[in-house]
Design a binder for this molecule. Structure first.
Ligand code: SAM
Length: 269
């Protein structure tokens, strides 16, 4: 089976990009400090695979660590470039941005730490895509280098109830315009294939309540169990160093919201 084309993903992130930083600062405020901590412990250089708008890469570069961001979405990277333009030259100099599909990209260098924050692995529905991604991480890691990614732990009760009905999961006032932005999310689950169609709708209203714009996007995503992640990593020759259940580094357990895996290429290389 060949790799999945990315046209659906690119169309989805066109809708996500304008709202991404503000929405995710509300929804997932602890991602950045967790990955920044790891970057500081390794000292870099860091590769952020699936860097999006650069909210984590920029923090890493501000901490005087070299960071290379790769992403396949031109819309997410446009935001990254815009934000970077207002950073001091010392930060800009530490960042490299590459527009590429990291399942196949060859960056011609290796890194002490590769991170894939923000459920990037959920984009890969089929094993062919998952394995291509992990293999490419392997190719870009220093011997003894570290690879860290997160993916949510599936909460089947919530999936069956809350998300299948659709929820407003973001309701905020936009800085500058004063617009009210509401995001509605619904997930249609196909439990037998461990995948779900995510539908999102962003409604932007002015101060008087008039709708200024409305946009909907959808994408198919995948969720993971711990057992299959451990199998996949072993198959692609990674040894797991830590398996955390949240961004405070609590050990993984039944009630953990996250699966955060720190691994390294196997010694047998
Ligand atoms: C939810 S965003 C996370 C962005 C960023 N890591 C963060 O935490 O803010 C997922 C990103 O992964 C990117 N992505 C998905 N598949 C990719 C691939 N094959 N190659 C490169 N980037 C990919 C998407 O374009 C998107 O920007």
């Amino acid at each position: 089976m060949g790799l999945k084309p990315l046209s659906e993903l690119e169309a989805f992130y066109e809708g996500v990009a304008p709202h991404y930083d503000a929405d995710y600062a509300l929804l997932f405020p602890r991602w950045t400090s967790f990955y920044l901590g790891l970057a500081q412990e390794t000292g870099g250089p860091v590769l952020e695979a699936g860097c999006g708008t650069g909210r984590i890469s920029i923090e890493i570069a501000r901490a005087e660590i070299e960071c290379h961001g790769v992403d396949v979405s031109a819309h997410m990277l446009d935001r990254f470039h815009q934000k970077l333009a207002s950073e001091p030259e010392s930060v800009r100099r530490r960042i490299t941005i590459t527009h590429a599909d990291f399942r196949t990209a060859a960056l011609d260098r290796r890194f002490a730490l590769i991170i894939a924050p923000g459920n990037v692995m959920n984009s890969f529905i089929d094993r062919t895509d998952q394995r291509a991604w992990l293999r490419n991480v392997h190719r870009h890691l220093d011997r003894g280098g570290l690879f860290c990614f997160d993916t949510f732990q599936p909460d089947y009760v919530r999936m069956l109830n809350e998300f299948s009905q659709g929820i407003f999961d973001v309701d905020r006032i936009e800085e500058g315009t004063g617009h009210r932005i509401r995001r509605w999310t619904r997930c249609h689950h196909e439990f037998e294939f461990q995948r779900f169609l995510v539908e999102m709708r962003w409604t932007v209203q002015d101060a008087g309540g008039t709708i200024v714009s409305e946009q909907s996007k959808a994408i198919m995503q995948r969720w993971y169990t711990q057992a299959e992640l451990l199998n996949l990593l072993e198959l692609e020759r990674f040894e797991v160093r830590n398996y955390w259940g949240d961004f405070d580094r609590m050990p993984f357990g039944p009630a953990s919201p996250e699966q955060i895996v720190l691994s390294t290429p196997s010694e047998a290389e």
